[in-house]
Design a protein. Structure first.
Length: 246
């Protein structure tokens, strides 16, 4: 859900997950902590936000033991760190619009780190709302496509459980939902036996910026890597489009 070829980006994110599982699982653990705190329960049956994060964790191949430990830690006796959700916006190399979702225990530290990453990469961090208007907040569920699946049938099933849009890609189906409908649609599709490659709420760009200059593409990719390598950064969304390297 990073902007251009959305499914290609999700695949890239999943490949990176396989190479950096520990870091990804730590980030999802923070989301679990927030979900337990905001949902008021460590029981997924009574906490829809926690169920959503668990689905995201499973799509990232996070083991059940890790999920259970994260939930137990989040529901402890106050020993867990209190994380704060912060959103940063701005423009990266090539003038692409960027939204960065952060979970942090130190707002001052992460603000300085974000300013440094944007500046070092040739971008500019903007004020709240500076680029948010260029995106729509949507739920996106990516279903693994197999040869046995009938595209029309899957589309009808997705729409029947409340999806608002459906896009068939070569190796996956993208199911879009309104944020408020995400949990119900995800659970409906789970009940039908579908396997998810990704399931989360994020920012989908209304329009994209096409990048063709190889040097600019390299700068953007380094910029995105710097953001992803920051422990507090949970999600990065942008509106850049370019040809992926083989």
């Amino acid at each position: 859900m990073s902007g251009h070829s959305k499914w290609a980006n999700i695949k890239n994110k999943k490949e990176k997950t396989d190479a950096q599982k520990g870091k990804i699982f730590t980030k999802i653990g923070r989301e679990i902590a927030i979900a337990v705190k905001e949902g008021g329960s460590a029981d997924p049956a009574n906490n829809s936000k926690l169920r959503d994060v668990i689905a995201k964790a499973k799509a990232a191949n996070m083991p059940n033991d890790n999920i259970a430990r994260s939930i137990k830690k989040a529901s402890g006796d106050g020993s867990s760190i209190d994380y704060e959700e912060v959103v940063y916006e701005g423009y990266g190399p090539g003038n692409i619009a960027v939204i960065v979702n952060v979970l942090t225990d130190n707002r001052n530290r992460i603000a300085a780190e974000m300013r440094h990453i944007f500046s070092k990469s040739g971008g500019n961090m903007g004020a709240s709302g500076s680029v948010a208007w260029m995106f729509d907040k949507k739920g996106l569920i990516v279903i693994e496509r197999t040869a046995l699946m009938d595209e029309d049938e899957v589309m009808m099933q997705a729409l029947d459980v409340g999806a608002e849009d459906f896009i068939a890609q070569e190796d996956a189906f993208e199911v879009y939902t309104a944020p408020a409908d995400f949990s119900a649609v995800r659970e409906g599709l789970e009940g039908l036996g579908f396997t998810f490659l990704s399931a989360e709420i994020g920012q989908i760009p209304k329009n994209t910026t096409n990048i063709t200059d190889p040097e600019t593409i390299e700068k953007i990719e380094r910029f995105l890597e710097r953001l992803d390598d920051n422990d507090d950064v949970q999600e990065v969304f942008h509106n850049g489009v370019w040809e992926e390297k083989e």
